[in-house]
Design a protein around this ligand. Sequence first.
Ligand code: NAP
Length: 725
Amino acid sequence: MTGNENAVPQADHLTVFFASQTGNAESISRNIYEQAQERGFKAFHYALNDHAKVDWDKEDCLVFVVSTTGDGDPPDNSTKFWRHLRKLKGVGLTKAKYTILGLGDTNYDNFCQTAKRLDTRLQELGASSFYPRGLADDATGLEETVDPWIKNLWPALAHQVISTPTIHDFPKPHLTPEEEKIVKGLILKQEQDRKQSIVTVTLDSPKLLSTVTSTTNGRDPIVNTIKDLNNLTLTPSASSPITPAVGYKIDIDFSAMADHSNLTALPRVPNANLHIADLETVVESRAPDSVPTFIQTPTPLLMATINKAQCLTPSDALKRTIAIEFGFEDDVDYAPGDAFGIWAPNNEALVRGVLSVLNVSDTAATKAVRLHGQGIPSHLQTVESATLLDIFRYAVDLTSPPKKANIRLYAEHANDLADKQKLMFMASKQGADQFNAFRAQSPTFLDIMHTFPSIDVPLARIIETLPPMQPRYYSITSSPMSKNGHRRWSCAFNVVTYDLSGGIHRRGVCTPWLDELAGQVPFGKAVTTGLTTQRLPVFLKPNETRFNLPSDTTKPVIMIGPGTGVAPFMGFLEHRAEQRLIKKRLVNIGSGPRQHLDDHFGDMWLFFGCRHREKDWLFREQMESYKRDGVLTELQLAVSREENVPNSAKYVQDLMRSQGESLWNLIHKKGAAIYVCGDAKGMAKAVHDELVNILVDHGGYERMAAIMELNKWAQEKRYLRDLWA
Ligand code: NAP
């Protein structure tokens, strides 16, 4: 208790909740949870969707770490919680004290929207904040806000929650003499490393102690860990049919390191919670048609074949765009505007390269293991029986640039003094430039190992600290009403490959994989033969934003989507074409007066943008045919890189400006719904600004009132955005 007379009774525990899309918020919240325990607070840690695991009437102290995705939407692992929160009535949380750490990026609209919405809703429900909200910006570096926010959280928490003796006083587990030896060896090695390092760094001893404690303190016998170390890390890799990748050596200038003898703001090394238990059975290789059972998807996983593949852009276009049609054996239910996820594996050569550098033999890589341990990351909790090969293929992300906490961990485990110094420097505040230059080269995990070859991290620590693998999402470009529409989904995407300086070639995870599976078809007609028979894991993405056609078909629709942002609109158009066909048949039947077909359907306007109409006007034939048939009322084309074309508009927002009056009439007089799809950074902001201008110039609004009106339309689902990073 504080000396304050009015102080409220302290809570006996705190609960740390996270809502995380890419794993960042989860790992930051875990760090807070672990530190809280080390500082003697009784703490719990849950994803927001697990909100029912706690008794909210008894939760007095809540810490939320939440990120934002898409167009200010909450992450997938919090959507159930939001539904629950919306249903709560009155002021049911008056006892609760809370604080929020939001993660976001100011390059996008709706910065930290989840954190802000959560704050407002908790206040409405009567909860009160005990520590100011922190909003961290990825554009300037999350840690600039996250680190001081966490540092100052502890004194604030001390007023709220009772703390008990620290981890030093936790009961010590019984160790066999052999186990003692291993644990002592670990401590000795850390001590030697620390002494060797000429850089002054503080290794917080609770971390090391907790590493040791958590290895032994959980419910799982330490014998597994020892067996893992013996079995899994040491056999040289046998030859595999795929040539393992080697990785690039990333060249960074560390000359500035000499100016710094004291390094500050080093991130804390996360606790070691994960154990790898060897299940002693050799797993038969999975059929290529199946995926590991640990993969978790928000809707049921479906296995799809590739029916058709088409390259939409010639070889001299800036981007290679592929359209793929997936086929299903059974009917699948979806609406135009929906998107789907696909669970692509890491590139096989990269996986083999990583296993090789970690000295995991082919035999060890194909043995079944179980991942377990208290407080392990949520994406690893379902790995009950899987091979290391599959864990590195499907569970962990090997290509996202590392976070500072990873670099710090690798520094701890680097055996060479020069490697250790460089890594420690990059993890510190003083080494921010080198860290940013390193990340700018998008190093894979393999590149890091190749650049700093003396890193020798235990396998379990690597698996535990790599970010979770994410499914990739694409919009569906087809309609369920079309022929076989319920048994197929079409999509279109740019194949992500690019070159960096120093001869470094980078590739995305999913799009080159799909392109290769589809046979890297040349530009031209769709190919339907000779395609892979491998079935691919896909699932429907729950549509939280209702980015679908209005149910009232007479409502006009304004669609704005440059590049592959046009994808969902191709589904809208195919759907409308089918609706028109059906109506046409119906109005032709019977003896009543023939109505005009267009009376049943509102106008459809499409604003599309490309660079050169001959190179990347995606779906040109279909668009022109929809226009001829009257499905599309207006087709507005912006072309950004053609020279000497009179009266051509560069971007979609320029076209909107020139069509301002017509757009205003459609919106104001006919109640048109506005849909924007594509890049969340530049395009979405510019289109939004142009809509504000249209309201000001043609609707007579003041600028502020125009912004408010657009917000109202967004809430009423009349202005819908499907924005992608
Ligand atoms: P893109 O090829 O990069 O660009 C298409 C056109 O937009 C080009 O003419 C480009 O011009 C122009 N453009 C660039 N900056 C702009 C700005 N600030 N305002 C308006 N126009 C601008 O497009 P893309 O790579 O396909 O990207 C589309 C976006 O849609 C991506 O973010 C993608 O993730 C997303 N998306 C994809 C799907 C899918 O299913 N694949 C679905 C929905 C959304 P210049 O380059 O000449 O400047």
